[in-house]
Design a protein around this ligand. Sequence first.
Ligand SMILES: C[S@@+](CC[C@H](N)C(=O)[O-])C[C@H]1O[C@@H](n2cnc3c(N)ncnc32)[C@H](O)[C@@H]1O
Length: 244
Amino acid sequence: MANPEQPLRHVPVMLDEAVEGLSVRADGRYLDGTFGRGGHARAVLARLGAHGQLLLMDRDPAAIAAARDEFADDPRVAIRQANFSSLGTWEATAAGLDGVLLDLGVSSPQLDEAARGFSFLHDAPLDMRMDPETGPGVADFLARASEAEIADVLWEYGEERHARRIARAIVAERQARPLLRTTQLAALIERVVGWHEPGKHPATRSFQALRIQVNGELAALQAGLEVALERLRPGGRLAVISFH
Ligand SMILES: C[S@@+](CC[C@H](N)C(=O)[O-])C[C@H]1O[C@@H](n2cnc3c(N)ncnc32)[C@H](O)[C@@H]1O
């Protein structure tokens, strides 16, 4: 459970490499499509002069609230809650960008905030949506998808070699009772496959796969890369971090 006394933090990965890769110019215009808690954004901003611009996006309203708390008064910063796949529809990008940063996946605050349902370590509703206003969460997906569809998701997005057995067990479970809680799913997977990778909870791959599915992460990445390349000015840089 997150401690309400302490702000949720995220330790940025490959901070120096990513900011170096963007080759930030003091008067350039940059976009961070995955603000999170701003580790990378802060480092880019530190390199910008008075005429530089930083556009911040995240699809998670909690991340955007944190961005507004910290940067609302900085005239160099613009903030928008949206999927980075839609960055081309943001007027602020129309004149082109000198750099785009995408740091893919989930943030630590998303994992640590039990109620979001991203973690099998905390009992919570099975949700995992980065934007809680958009699309069905994991419980809805698992209630409606066919056994074959569930198995495909677990295999393709989680490389879970027990995908078919897990999918079969999920369908059997939902016929007996609704599958609604993170710990209910984690315990079911543990029952079906046991601990087959030392030191790794047996539900790790399935949770990753279901998160990627309900957030449409691969489609967002494909669309985001295409539109980022369209928006980059000559000599502009695109930095993408995919951390496991
Ligand atoms: C790994 S964290 C980013 C951490 C950030 N670089 C930092 O230093 O704090 C990923 C963030 O990207 C957001 N995100 C993931 N996919 C997104 C998408 N398609 N569009 C917008 N935000 C996305 C998540 O909500 C999460 O806040």
